[in-house]
Design a protein around this ligand. Structure first.
Ligand code: AHG
Ligand code: MN
Ligand code: MN
Length: 314
């Protein structure tokens, strides 16, 4: 055993080295690194979290756990002094926050803590980040340069893409993010489905699609946490996550800017696709911070099959 460093990490590739070898440009490497490190502070907050409601309401009118707010404060404060971030938009902020002097290179979107309602059940939750090179009020395909998510589960893992593939890292006991899977690629089709929303609230065509998947023997995998549910599709190399249009809310539940764009960026880099049922998520123009979209995201076969069912008879 080396001087306190386990053999496991001696020959391992850590996050900074992998990004350098992948040719990620320097400032973006430093920003991704900074955000990944912030995940450690958020994880510490989760571990010490009190479970009383903060009594605050975020823009979506949802009761907000104090953990959501403190995670957002941690992320904002870390980015404020990074020197790379001009604007910060977060699920927990009412408006875009100017973080820099106006000349910094990047615009960051954050769902600082996704799945906070699961904290008391000890199920996995996550942080979702989008990194843009220009105004976020655009199409993701034009503005995004990178995306990452951190999964706070039995292990803390981080998946990022800077447009050169999707890669997974595990936080080891030395507190380093060590490469576990590089260039993750989805198969043409998978064997799991993650169906958000209540069936009784879903439109007929969507229910037909779910019944098709069940008849085909797909296994239901749904935790209620977007990050671990999507992560399962990626790590199992296929399948589909959907949170569809509902009769009472045709735009579905998940937020385009904070949740769907970053995951669409990563899943596309892994050879999958992400649509709102008609249009690719990264082609949808962001009009406002609260914009929601139905989502079908995962391996090609299942997402294209979903679009067939939704288009049938129209
Ligand atoms: P958040 O905790 O950031 O508000 O997100 C919760 C989201 C997402 O994690 C998940 O996919 C979805 O809520 C689950 O919704 P249901 O409880 O309706 O299944
Ligand atoms: Mn969320
Ligand atoms: Mn959230």
């Amino acid at each position: 055993m080396g001087e306190g460093i386990s053999d496991y990490t001696r020959f391992a590739v850590d996050l900074r080295r992998q990004m350098w070898m992948a040719g990620v440009e320097e400032e973006l490497r430093r920003l991704i690194w900074q955000i990944a490190v912030t995940g450690k502070y958020i994880s510490a907050k989760i571990h010490e979290s009190n479970r009383k409601l903060a009594g605050f309401k975020n823009v979506y009118g949802e009761e907000q756990l104090s953990l959501d707010r403190s995670s957002d404060e941690i992320m904002k404060n870390q980015l404020q002094f990074s020197g790379f971030v001009r604007e910060y938009a977060s699920e927990e902020q009412d408006a875009v926050v100017m973080l820099g002097k106006g000349r910094e290179k990047y615009f960051v979107t954050a769902d600082p803590l996704d799945g906070s309602s699961l904290v008391d059940t000890n199920l996995a939750i996550g942080t979702i980040i989008g990194i843009h090179k220009e105004s976020i009020f655009s199409r993701g395909r034009d503005s995004m340069v990178a995306a990452l998510y951190i999964t706070y589960g039995p292990l803390i893992t981080m998946v990022y893409s800077a447009g050169k593939g999707a890669h997974e890292f595990v936080l080891n006991r030395e507190g380093e993010y060590v490469l576990s899977q590089e260039h993750i690629m989805l198969e043409e089709r998978g064997s799991i489905y993650s169906p958000g929303g209540l069936r009784k609230d879903c439109i007929e065509k969507h229910v037909r699609f779910l019944e098709y998947l069940e008849a085909e023997g797909y296994k239901l995998r749904y935790s209620g946490g977007f990050v671990p549910d999507i992560n399962q599709v990626l790590i199992k190399r296929g399948g589909i996550f959907t949170y569809p249009a509902l009769k009472k809310s045709p735009r579905g539940k998940l937020r385009l800017l904070f949740e769907l764009q970053p995951m669409a960026f990563i899943i596309e880099q892994a050879g999958g696709i992400a649509t709102d049922g008609k249009e690719e998520i990264l082609s949808v123009r962001v009009e406002d911070l609260e914009q929601r979209c139905p989502i079908y995201i995962g391996s090609r076969f299942e997402v294209e099959k979903a679009m067939e069912f939704l288009a049938a008879g129209s």
